[in-house]
Design a protein around this ligand. Structure first.
Ligand SMILES: NC(=O)c1ccc[n+]([C@@H]2O[C@H](COP(=O)([O-])OP(=O)(O)OC[C@H]3O[C@@H](n4cnc5c(N)ncnc54)[C@H](OP(=O)(O)O)[C@@H]3O)[C@@H](O)[C@H]2O)c1
Length: 248
């Protein structure tokens, strides 16, 4: 199959392109770096010609509330319109577990807006909601830093390795659309402060991590079940300890 991977130069996209090629598919990365831009429309019709499946793994260059909402809405609308015109038969997208439960977060609102565009487009689709990637924990710590203190919510996360995310996305890309939402997550629920604390310790980073009930994660408070997965989620194999040992 010809499978266009929008955001195919990113963290997850690179791995998905590689997996699909190993399965014998024609996987085409599409992003500004390859001459395809879902905001301006540049290169979109050309890359979608003859495509069977589109996997959308693009991310917004800005996480500012208005900018990120505009990005996911416009990118989704332009992409889905071009897919309908090209006769693409499956749209796959990666959004976030629990995004609908934390509307105080501008980033999460933008991911829900992305889902709404997909659900309203009339194009067969599968939405994969993932928990946070282990690889995103360092950026999370930076976003939550004030001086030398990292303040995080006193809540569980259920993070997943990028390699497990890519494996799930690959499987979905070559399967039939479910016209609905599925969840993927890491194998363990772990307190946010332990995750960030262990990553910083492994990096010999001297910042202090503090868990607070009212600390915010990208604009929202969290409790133990806000952004952890439900019982039917597909779980990744890589544990936090295994990932940390292999990635510092
Ligand atoms: N981080 C998490 O914990 C998490 C959790 C759940 C879901 N997600 C979602 O997972 C997805 C993939 O994340 P990631 O970390 O792999 O992303 P990433 O590494 O930041 O890569 C972003 C990709 O988007 C592309 N892109 C940016 N602007 C574009 C445009 N106008 N048109 C087309 N492509 C564009 C980039 O292309 P260039 O390389 O050409 O700039 C790049 O390939 C995102 O949708 C994110 O919301 C993330």
């Amino acid at each position: 199959m010809k499978i266009v991977v929008v955001g195919g130069t990113g963290l997850i996209g690179t791995k998905v392109v590689q997996n699909l090629r190993e399965l014998g598919h024609e996987a085409v990365p599409a992003s500004p770096n390859t001459g395809v831009n879902t905001i301006t429309g540049e290169g979109l019709d050309e890359v979608l010609t003859g495509a069977d499946v589109v996997v959308d793994l693009a991310n917004s260059p800005s996480f500012e509330d208005t900018a990120v909402l505009e990005f996911f809405r416009t990118s989704g609308q332009n992409l889905l319109k071009a897919e309908v015109n090209a006769g693409v038969r499956h749209h796959v997208a990666l959004t976030i577990v629990g995004a609908d439960r934390v509307p105080d977060s501008g980033y999460m609102r933008a991911k829900i807006a992305q889902e709404e565009v997909i659900e309203g487009a009339g194009q067969p689709y599968t939405i994969i909601r993932s928990t946070q990637f282990f690889e995103f924990l360092r950026a999370t710590a930076d976003a939550a830093t004030e001086g030398t203190v990292v303040r995080v919510p006193n809540a569980n996360l259920q993070p997943i390795a990028a390699v497990d995310v890519a494996a799930a996305v690959t499987d979905v890309a070559v399967a039939d659309p479910i016209n609905g939402i599925m969840e993927i997550a890491g194998p363990e629920k772990i307190k946010f402060a332990k995750l960030v604390g262990d990553v910083l310790a492994a990096d010999k980073d001297l910042r202090t991590v503090v868990a607070e009930d009212h600390a915010r994660y990208f604009g929202t408070e969290l409790d133990d079940s806000s952004i952890t997965a439900g019982p039917d989620a597909r779980l990744g194999a890589v544990t936090f300890a295994e990932w940390l040992a292999a990635n510092h």
